[in-house]
Design a protein around this ligand. Structure first.
Ligand code: SF4
Ligand SMILES: [Zn+2]
Length: 497
């Protein structure tokens, strides 16, 4: 411990500013004191102790460098996932697993589910535990994107929905509020601010009233289980809704200012490699779709599903590894630069998968290696976010992309380097469709998202990151200009918490 204190003091004295510098100094000190090279988590603990005893001054830079898994807060916000309690789902999808005491579609050996079970699905306890764990490993937790997962959100009783979200806010506020409204208000000044709130649901369970309710609940992003755009595939898999629901719901949600993610499932019974590839092309060439975010979840063959019976009777065959890898590459190649691929392949433990390429635990790495070997890069938002590689002197250019979406117009603005490989900041502006249905939005435009990337820093800190350098403000000014001058609108609404 004594030696660790000396290491921390040395790190502060020498004002180390890079991860490489940190590692080199750690090695040097280990040699000097004849001890093994110390881990960041141990050093961070010592740092906090010294800080508490007022033996050192606070060093934001060192805190950032010592963070154990920097990736978690690199897009500016930390993610916290919470699971709703087990509850029946109206769906009968043949690929979806059922397990006792676990929400439909989840398995009890998935990390988030294990955490939920440990906390008896209590939202307050789940959030507290996760935030504390992130804090312990050195992440600033003052901006949180809360992800509510488990079954079909819109099917849960309304009272439970309100209770659930209120308790998540209470956990971030570290105090109990009388009502959801009060909890949301308290959160505006809380140390752990929820800046985004997402739920996952089915397209056919959303109507205008549900959307109005979602706005009151403070939801900002909706993940739709779309799975396929082909009605014959949806029918064969007993989805219980057709593509028309997805198209309508996408429009209603966009016109109300929500960000939209699609969960898509290649390799469903009834589809083929060719059809799957065309499906992803359609998502971005057909203005009825155009999701902002994409999750690609190739069908995983699980024992707890009716699909397992199909496979045993040879009525279903998963793709080979080669086929799936080439499909994912083809999808990545064509995805537009205003879309973020959130995830490829669901995080299901390999031992739960009976057969097929999703059983290969490093499939994602295999895809990335092939892409690297072929010498091209995925252009989605996620792959261009600057993360820790912030270059203060880099010349940035303002880019603009207009596209039609769900009978309205989307304008995507971004600050990026010249060849658009490094994204610093983005904004999504929507000119609503003629069918928009929320009275307060009449005659207004909606800014559905403004986001600046880089290492998350506490809200008031001005430091080494791209955050707080005014990029977001500049994008807002540009959007205001477009709204007024090009579309003659006087008002706009910023759809964020
Ligand atoms: S709607 Fe979702 S949770 Fe319900 S059965 Fe279908 S896949 Fe499973
Ligand atoms: Zn990508």
């Amino acid at each position: 411990m004594e030696k660790n204190k000396l290491i921390i003091q040395e790190l502060i004295k020498t004002r180390v500013r890079t991860r490489a510098g940190l590692e080199s100094l750690k090695r040097k000190m280990a040699k000097k004191y004849k001890i093994p090279c110390q881990t960041n988590i141990v050093l961070l603990k010592t740092y906090h102790k010294l800080l508490q005893n007022k033996r050192i001054n606070k060093s934001k830079v060192l805190e950032v460098l010592l963070r154990t898994r920097p990736i978690r807060s690199l897009s500016g916000i930390v993610n916290v996932s919470v699971l709703t309690k087990p509850y029946p789902c109206p769906g009968k999808c043949i690929y979806c697993p059922s397990q006792e005491n676990v929400p439909k579609s989840y398995l009890d050996n998935e990390p988030a589910v294990m955490r939920a079970i440990l906390n008896k699905y209590d939202p307050f306890k789940q959030v507290k535990m996760r935030v504390q764990a992130l804090k312990n490993s050195g992440h600033p937790v003052d901006k949180i994107e809360l992800r509510i997962i488990g079954g079909t959100w819109s099917f849960y009783p309304k009272q439970y929905q309100t209770y659930f979200i209120k308790r998540c806010f209470d956990a971030c506020n570290s105090k109990n509020s009388k009502s959801l409204r009060q909890a949301q208000k308290n959160n505006e000044r809380a140390k752990n601010r929820i800046v985004g709130l997402s739920v996952e649901t089915r397209p056919d369970f959303i109507d205008k009233n549900e959307i109005k309710r979602m706005r009151i609940l403070g939801i900002t992003r909706v993940e739709l289980g779309v799975q396929s755009i082909y009605n014959h595939v949806l029918k064969l898999n007993k989805r219980g809704h057709l593509i028309e629901s997805t198209i309508k719901t996408t429009r209603l949600l966009k016109d109300a200012g929500f960000k939209i993610g699609y969960q898509m499932m290649p390799n469903l019974p009834g589809s083929t490699l060719k059809k799957d590839q065309t499906m992803f092309e359609q998502l971005f060439s057909n203005s009825d779709f155009q999701p902002d975010l994409l999750k690609i979840y190739p069908t995983a063959l699980l024992k707890q599903t009716p699909l397992y019976g199909w496979w045993k009777k040879k009525k279903y065959k998963p793709y080979t590894k080669k086929q799936l890898v080439s499909l994912i590459k083809a999808i990545k190649k064509q995805v537009p630069y205003y879309v973020r691929i959130q995830r490829i392949i669901r995080d299901i433990p390999a031992q739960s998968i009976v057969a097929g390429p999703t059983k290969i635990s490093n499939l994602r790495q295999i895809v990335n290696k092939e892409i690297e070997k072929e010498g091209w890069k995925c252009h989605c938002i996620r792959c261009r976010e600057i993360r820790k590689d912030y270059r203060p002197k880099e010349k940035l250019k303002l880019f603009r992309k207009d596209y039609n979406a769900s009978q309205g117009k989307e304008i995507f603005l971004s600050f990026e380097n010249r060849n658009q490989t490094r994204l610093y900041s983005l904004l999504r502006l929507r000119i609503l469709s003629q069918k928009q249905f929320i009275p307060v939005l009449r005659g207004t435009a909606i800014i559905r998202e403004v986001h600046t990337y880089g290492q998350q820093l506490p809200l008031k800190h001005k430091g080494i990151s791209a955050q707080h350098k005014g990029l977001g403000r500049k994008l807002m000014q540009e959007a205001e200009k477009i709204i007024k001058k090009e579309f003659g609108l006087k008002k706009y609404l910023l759809s964020q918490l």
